[in-house]
Design a protein around this ligand. Structure first.
Ligand code: UFG
Length: 335
C-alpha cells in the first residue's frame, strides 16, 4: 500500500514516515522545505533502512500533484504540510489562509480526480478555542479560534466535512493534536524550528544547551495548581503511531471521524522545567514574565475515543519526552 505524506520532512510528518516504513508501507513524500531540512531524507533512511520517493515541491502546486498521482498509485494521504506558527499567522493572515487552505483544496481535488479517497488530516486542539469543560472530548464545541493559524485548521475541518458529504467515498480522519514534543529515540529526527522558538519545549532545550540565556514563563497567576499554564504534552512517536491506527480505520471505513490525540494528563510549565532538569541533569534558568496574549490556562484531552475506536493510546511518559527532546538537540551537528 502506497501513502502520500505531505510535509513528510517536518517534525510530525518525519516521525509518521518512519512508522509507515517500519510497518511495510511504501511512502511518497512532498515537502517544500519551508520549515524542514533536506537532511531528514537521509535520517529517515538511516533509521528505517528503507527508501522512499521524495518531491521537493509545494502542495499548492496543482501540476506537481498531478505528476505525483500519475507517477504513483496512491492509496491514502497523510496531510501534514502547513504553516503553523501562531504569532506569525497574526502578522501574515493572507499567507496563512492562502497556503493552508489552497494546499488542502488542491490536494483533495487531485485525490478525487485520481480515485484516492482516504485522507488523514493534521488538525489541532486549537480548534476547541478556550474549552468550557476539561478534559476536552471530541463533542466539545469547535470554532472559538483566536488566531488565523487556528482558524485555518477549523476552516479545513469544515471543508473536509463538506467534501465527505458531497462524495460518500471520501473518508477523512481528523486528528486533533494536543502538544507534541519529544523526538525519535535515535536522536536523528526531531523538532528544529527556524530562529527563536515560540513553543515551550524547543525553547527549554536551547536554554539547557546554553544557546538561549533564560526561559521566560508566561504568567504564574493562572487558575492552575502552580499558576503556570497546563497542557497535554504527547510524545511525537506516540502521535505518529496514532496516524497508523487512523489509517487502518480509514481503509475500512467511510465518512469523517474526529479524534483527540493526547495523553489525557496535563503538565504545567514548571512541571516540564522540573522534569527536564531531573531527567537530563541540567539546569534551566527561568524568570516569570507577563502572560502571553491569547494563551489559555489549561488544555488537556479526553483521549478515550481514540482508544475505543482506533485501539490507540499514548505509551511514552513525560520522562521519555524530556530525555528524547534533549538527546535530539545534543546530536545536531550544528550545535
Ligand atoms: N510557554 C512559556 N514560555 C515560552 C513558551 C511557552 O511559558 O517561552 C508556555 C505557554 O504560556 C503555555 C505553554 O508554555 O502555557 C505551552 O506553550 P506552547 O507555545 O508550547 O504551546 P501552546 O499550547 O500555546 O500551542 C500549541 C501549538 C499550537 C496549537 C496548540 C493547540 O503551538 O500550534 O498547542 O492546543 F494550536
Amino acid at each position: 500500500m502506497k501513502i502520500l505524506v505531505t510535509g513528510g520532512l517536518g517534525f510530525i510528518g518525519s516521525h509518521a514516515v518512519v512508522e509507515l516504513l517500519d510497518n511495510g508501507y511504501e511512502v511518497v513524500v512532498i515537502d517544500n522545505l519551508y520549515n524542514s531540512n533536506i537532511d531528514v531524507v537521509d535520517s529517515i533512511k538511516k533509521i528505517t533502512g528503507k527508501d522512499f520517493s521524495f518531491y521537493q515541491n509545494d502542495v499548492c502546486d496543482l501540476g506537481v500533484l498531478e505528476k505525483i498521482f500519475n507517477e504513483h498509485t496512491i492509496d491514502a494521504v497523510m496531510h501534514f504540510a502547513g504553516y503553523k506558527a501562531v504569532g506569525e499567522s497574526v502578522k501574515k493572515p493572507i499567507l496563512y489562509y492562502e497556503n493552508n487552505l489552497v494546499s488542502t483544496l488542491h490536494l483533495c481535488k487531485k485525490m478525487i480526480e485520481h480515485n484516492c479517497f482516504k485522507l488523514i488530516f493534521s488538525s489541532s486542539a486549537t480548534v476547541y478555542g478556550e474549552a468550557k469543560i476539561l478534559p476536552i472530548t471530541e463533542e466539545c464545541e469547535v470554532g472559538g479560534t483566536t488566531n488565523p493559524y487556528g482558524t485555518t485548521k477549523w476552516m479545513i475541518e469544515q471543508i473536509l466535512k463538506d467534501i465527505t458529504i458531497s462524495n460518500p467515498n471520501f473518508t477523512v480522519m481528523v486528528l486533533r493534536y494536543f502538544n507534541p514534543i519529544g523526538a525519535h529515540k535515535s536522536g536523528l529526527i526531531g523538532e528544529r524550528p527556524n530562529g527563536i522558538p515560540n513553543n515551550l519545549m524547543p525553547y527549554i532545550v536551547r536554554v539547557a544547551t546554553g544557546e538561549l540565556e533564560m526561559l521566560s514563563i508566561f504568567g504564574d497567576d493562572y487558575d492552575t495548581p502552580d499558576g503556570t499554564g497546563v497542557r497535554d504534552y504527547i510524545h511525537v512517536v506516540d502521535l505518529a503511531k496514532g496516524h497508523l491506527k487512523a489509517l487502518e480505520k480509514a481503509i475500512s471505513s467511510q465518512g469523517i471521524y474526529y479524534y483527540n490525540l493526547g495523553t489525557g494528563t496535563g503538565y504545567s510549565v514548571l512541571d516540564l522545567v522540573h522534569n527536564f532538569e531531573k531527567v537530563n541533569h541540567v539546569k534551566v534558568p527561568y524568570k516569570i514574565v507577563e502572560r502571553r496574549p491569547g494563551d489559555i490556562a489549561s488544555c488537556y484531552a479526553d483521549p478515550s475515543k481514540a482508544y475505543k475506536e482506533l485501539g490507540w493510546r499514548a505509551e511514552l511518559g513525560i520522562e521519555d519526552m524530556m530525555r528524547d527532546s534533549y538527546n535530539f538537540i545534543l546530536k545536531q551537528k550544528d550545535y
